[in-house]
Ligand binder design. Structure first.
Ligand code: PLP
Length: 475
């Protein structure tokens, strides 16, 4: 495809994207296709002869869209707001169009330096000190893995350069709250700590934050038992209930044993743009690293995940490589982001966040986040007033954990069945989408407010629908 043909095709495709966003509100929120339907609708092998962009667009409508749960739908309240703001989409298009190869500073100086600048903009917007240095990766899972690799090497004085963990005498231990995201346990396993050395610290109630008294006891017992505490992963905004681990206490306890602290603020990092929310992150300056996904809620296209560290040199000492074909005269005087993470070749991800921040402006983003927080509080005020309804966790940001307890239900198992049934009824209606999750072993429904087009009227309509479906299930 040449540039002129691209120009024509891209205009058509951009029109299609704009039309999709305009009509998304009229589509069923949850994908309606059964397993295998999308694959069956496509030819078994690639075409020998070229097709047209019109063919392609027809199949986006016929095959692809029915196979998508519409995260950009105003009545999407599932998982977390995965907002791909159109202002960020523009940056993504530019990045793909430029097709830069991020393998050394020299291969695309702008790729490195826009990333440095945008990470610094985001740092300032969140009120973090100038001591943090950022990089952009694919997700919080990777960021936490990287943090735990750094922690492993710190605690073992660089064991990777000797016999690795296999040659270490004292096992290294990792601690996180029992409500930490599954990616934390995954990272600990992938980084070689071993499941037997991962401590899931119980949470306090009602806030569901890590019980740092228990953390201190566990660490003390581990040291007495010949283990070496390597890292604590604290969560700022847990996935199910948006709980905030007390960072000052976590850092104090970890500091007593020289353990590294990584903060997973994947979802809640965006709230740091709001000064009134920053108390939730008190103590963050004591941590060694922090991850935050602007592709959640803030509006950047997916796979825009920030990892901030205090000591970039620690990343470099664990992950630097120096193959001869990547060397250049600037080595030593520039940042080589390949040494800050796992992949060598990196996309121009920074353009997504750059274009979002430039084309929206921080003030408008803050206003949207505040709108969502207000909508969450407004819904939270209605729930306890309604017969049989309860909030199962404090509403710290924009997610509510709710349950409906009909009169006469005799067991917790029946309540679980009822919860899953009305949740499924809401989703099957196509009019809205919410997701269930377990707290203390029992099902609740999470209402995650914050899709970009969601206004109070959509939240209100969801509330009516929830009451209707739960009421029907109760009879
Ligand atoms: N951490 C928390 C608190 C999350 O809520 C999530 C995703 O929902 C993750 C980590 C995983 O993020 P990613 O998909 O970017 O790996």
């Amino acid at each position: 495809m040449g540039p002129e043909e691209f120009r024509r095709a891209a205009h058509e495709l951009v029109d299609w994207v704009a039309d999709y966003r305009l009509r998304a509100a009229g589509l069923p929120v949850r994908s309606t296709v059964p397993p295998g339907a999308v694959a069956r609708a496509l030819p078994a092998s690639a075409p020998e002869e070229p097709e047209t962009v019109e063919d392609l667009i027809a199949d986006l409508d016929r095959v692809v869209l029915p196979g998508v749960t519409h995260m950009q739908h105003p009545s999407n309240f599932a998982w977390f707001p995965s907002n791909a703001s159109l202002s960020s989409v523009l940056g993504d298009i530019a990045a793909s169009g430029i097709g830069a190869l991020g393998i050394t500073w020299q291969s695309a100086p702008a790729l490195t330096e826009v990333e440095q600048v945008v990470c610094d903009w985001a740092r300032q917007l969140c009120g973090l000190s100038a001591g943090w240095h950022g990089t952009i990766g694919d997700g919080a899972s990777t960021a936490t893995l990287v943090a735990l690799l750094v922690a492993r090497e710190r605690a073992s004085a660089g064991s990777q350069r000797r016999g690795g963990l296999q040659a270490e005498g004292a096992p290294l231990t990792v601690y996180c709250s029992a409500e930490a995201h599954s990616s934390v346990a995954k990272a600990a396993l992938l980084a070689g700590y071993g499941a037997a050395n991962l401590r899931m610290v119980p949470v306090r109630h009602p806030g569901r934050e890590m019980d740092t008294g228990v953390l201190a006891e566990l660490m003390k017992d581990d040291v007495a038992g010949g283990y070496r505490p390597a890292a604590v992963v604290a969560t700022s905004g847990t996935t199910s209930a948006t709980a905030f681990d007390p960072l000052t206490e976590v850092c104090d306890v970890a500091g007593e044993h020289g353990a590294y602290v990584h903060v997973d603020a994947a979802m809640a990092g965006s709230a740091m743009l709001l000064p009134e929310c920053r108390h939730l992150f008190d103590g963050i300056e004591g941590a060694g690293s922090l991850c935050w996904n602007p592709h959640k809620w803030l509006g950047s296209v997916l796979e825009t995940s920030l990892l901030y560290v205090k000591e970039p040199g620690e990343l470099v000492s664990v992950m630097a490589t120096d193959p001869s074909y990547l060397r250049s005269a600037q080595d030593g005087s520039v940042v080589q982001y390949r040494d800050w993470g796992l992949p060598l070749g990196r996309r121009f991800r920074a353009l997504r966040l750059w274009s979002l921040l430039r084309l929206e402006g921080a003030a408008a983003i803050r206003a949207r986040l505040r709108r969502d927080l207000e909508n969450a509080q407004r819904l939270a005020s209605l729930i306890p007033e309604a017969q049989g309804w309860e909030l199962v966790a404090p509403v710290k940001l924009q997610t509510l954990c709710v349950r409906h307890r009909p009169v006469g239900l005799s067991s917790e198992e029946d309540l679980d069945r009822h919860t899953l049934a009305w949740c499924e009824a809401v989703n099957a209606s196509g009019a809205a989408h919410v997701t269930p999750a377990q707290l203390d072993g029992h099902w609740v429904v999470r209402v995650s407010i914050g899709a970009e087009p969601t206004e109070w009227s959509h939240v209100e309509a969801l509330w009516d629908l929830m009451q209707q479906k739960a009421g029907e299930g109760a009879h």
